[in-house]
Design a protein around this ligand. Structure first.
Ligand SMILES: O=C(O)c1ccccc1NCC(=O)[C@H](O)[C@H](O)COP(=O)(O)O
Length: 235
């Protein structure tokens, strides 16, 4: 049974926070206690060289069962295969799917978006050194009618590296004019979160390295600090 949480419901303008690369039940509970809006799970071997934060389908399904109703479960996938993605959705029943592979076709995404209406689809766009606002928008525009949000990340996901936030700022401005929410990711920490959010004005922020003790182990003190900073600044 899918539970509707709705990260990107219209009219809710409060900044949301997603913590990514969660692997442990206790970190899900701590995130929930700290009012985190979403937790992300990395599904499968294609997520780079660290075995400690990559999860099997069964592990993801078991962790999703522990996510409280008021928090959104997000499964990050690299697959672009329609049947494989359907199987992932059916077996793990996430609130949201984050599509990490730029090669996903608009036909596949359109089908998924219109079939799984209770699942939110977030399409990641990675901002490379050579990108500019136009190249990012050219990437995004074919998908605008089949996603719930775009996520703007640095060139290498989960690397702790930031990117040119001036590009993100412009892209967010344009996507907001189309009423499409945007998530900002890439190297966010308690040190730079205020500056990045005030500049880029995303709907949600996504942090991994900056709130981890090591891959797959979350730094709960740092997540607490993050939430305090956002609260103190009325974000
Ligand atoms: O997207 C990837 O390729 C990836 C590879 C290995 C680990 C994680 C990956 N993506 C996860 C994310 O989307 C991160 O949450 C996002 O890049 C932010 O990460 P960080 O810069 O470490 O805060």
């Amino acid at each position: 049974m899918f539970i509707e949480v709705g990260l990107f419901e219209a009219g809710n303008n409060k900044l949301k926070v997603k913590i990514c690369g969660v692997t442990r039940p206790q970190d899900i509970i701590s995130c929930s206690n700290l009012g985190i809006d979403a937790v992300g799970f990395l599904l499968g071997d294609r997520f780079g060289r660290y075995p400690s934060d990559k999860l099997s389908l069964m592990e993801v399904a078991n962790l999703i069962n522990l996510v409280p109703n008021d928090m959104t479960s997000v499964v990050l996938i690299k697959s672009v295969d329609k049947e494989e993605i359907i199987s992932i959705i059916e077996k793990t029943e996430p609130n949201a799917i984050q599509l990490q592979n730029p090669l996903i076709s608009s036909e596949t995404l359109k089908f998924l978006f219109h079939t799984y209406t209770k699942v939110e689809f977030i399409k990641t766009i990675k901002i490379q050194e050579t990108d500019n606002v136009n190249s990012i928008l050219l990437n995004a525009l074919p998908f605008t009618k089949m996603v719930d949000a775009f996520l703007l990340d640095s060139a290498r996901g989960g690397s702790g590296k930031t990117h040119n936030w001036n590009i993100s700022k412009e892209v967010v401005g344009y996507l907001h004019s189309l009423k499409i929410p945007v998530v900002l990711a890439g190297g966010l920490t308690t040190n730079n979160v205020l500056h990045s959010v005030n500049l880029v004005k995303p709907n949600m922020i996504d942090l991994m390295t900056g709130v981890s003790l090591e891959r797959g182990i979350k730094n709960i003190d740092e997540i607490k600090k993050l939430q305090n900073i956002l609260k103190l600044n009325e974000l």
